[in-house]
Design a protein around this ligand. Structure first.
Ligand SMILES: C[S@@+](CC[C@H](N)C(=O)[O-])C[C@H]1O[C@@H](n2cnc3c(N)ncnc32)[C@H](O)[C@@H]1O
Length: 309
């Protein structure tokens, strides 16, 4: 939908952030969450990463790419599945996240896998400046995007780029959010008056991540031959309210809280704590059951056109 905006509003309004501005802001956001991401005692992205790798049926020797690799929740199990006869490259905008991925690969002894700081929308970096050159067109067996693609300003361009990189019959495996736990709606409603946007569940009107149909349409239009989505429930457990707060600040959820003015922070936290109190089990613990979607798109398999002599 296009809107007609009076000229004076255009002049006075703050300029809309460009795609580059949004990427720079995300790199900063994830740099700040990198030290604690998946380190506050809550098993969340690690398990989702394992499940995504399971959906892509990785074989020994496969050549893999993981876009928005973060701390390695997908990259590490993917590199384990392909083994040392294969290869895996993780790409992330945030140098803090990439450092964590490298650390995880070192600890797991996965020397056939690398992580690079680069924009995963284009997969086009200077070979001389990184440990590995960008993958060539048609060279990959699978591309993973674990809880990352909906952050990209141009997901349609990104999935088209991955199709070029994939070999015939290659897989693009994406994990993304379905319906958030409705029991938690009052928690987010309580914080909403104090900040702006900020939840990774809050998507723009035209986002392809608003429905399974919309994402399937995007992938078909990008030339993938088949697309399937499996929706699962994922229960995240928190020992108590303090652990939930630590967890929020370790994820993209901190985006909202960084935008709350210092003058209203205490009131905002008190409003949220009152709602969290209602969700607590008798032992003080909290659980959140979200829908997680695992979408696998495949490129056209090669057809045997050559005839034997
Ligand atoms: C929620 S984290 C997910 C990380 C990891 N895949 C996981 O499953 O834990 C999203 C990641 O996407 C990265 N990201 C967002 N936009 C990106 C882009 N255009 N290029 C590369 N990485 C990007 C962020 O820096 C962040 O590390």
């Amino acid at each position: 939908m296009t809107e007609t905006v009076p000229a004076q509003l255009v002049t006075d309004a703050a300029p809309r952030p460009t795609a580059q501005d949004r990427k720079a802001a995300l790199a900063g956001l994830f740099d700040r969450s990198a030290p604690t991401y998946e380190r506050v005692g809550v098993d969340h992205f690690t398990e989702l990463g394992r499940r995504l790798v399971g959906h892509a049926a990785v074989l020994p020797g496969d050549r893999l790419l993981d876009v928005g690799c973060g701390t390695g929740a997908v990259l590490v199990p993917a590199a384990e599945a392909t083994g040392s006869t294969g290869s895996a490259i993780g790409v992330d905008l945030s140098s803090g996240m990439v450092e964590r991925s490298r650390e995880a690969l070192r600890e797991a002894g996965l020397t056939h896998a690398h992580a690079v700081v680069a924009d995963a929308e284009t997969i086009d970096w200077d070979a001389g400046e990184h440990a590995v050159p960008p993958p060539a067109n048609g060279s990959l067996d699978a591309v993973f995007a674990g809880i990352s693609l909906f952050f990209f300003p141009h997901p349609h361009r990104a999935v088209a780029r991955y199709r070029e990189l994939l070999s015939p019959g290659g897989r693009l495996a994406i994990s993304w959010w379905g319906r958030p736990d409705p029991r938690w709606d009052p928690v987010f409603a309580a914080s909403a008056p104090y900040g702006r946007g900020g939840s990774s569940h809050a998507l723009p009107e035209d986002s392809p991540f608003r429905s399974v149909d919309a994402l399937h349409t995007l992938l078909k239009e990008a030339g993938y031959a088949s697309v399937e989505t499996d929706e699962q429930q994922y229960v995240t457990r928190f020992r108590g309210v303090h652990q939930w707060w630590d967890w929020v600040w370790s994820t993209a959820g901190r985006m909202f809280w960084e935008g709350v003015p210092a003058s209203s922070m205490e009131r905002a936290k008190a409003a949220v704590d009152a709602e969290l109190d209602r969700l607590r089990a008798p032992d003080g613990s909290l659980t959140n059951t979200s829908a997680v979607r695992f979408t696998v798109a495949r490129t056209q398999p090669s057809t045997a056109t050559e005839t034997m002599p």
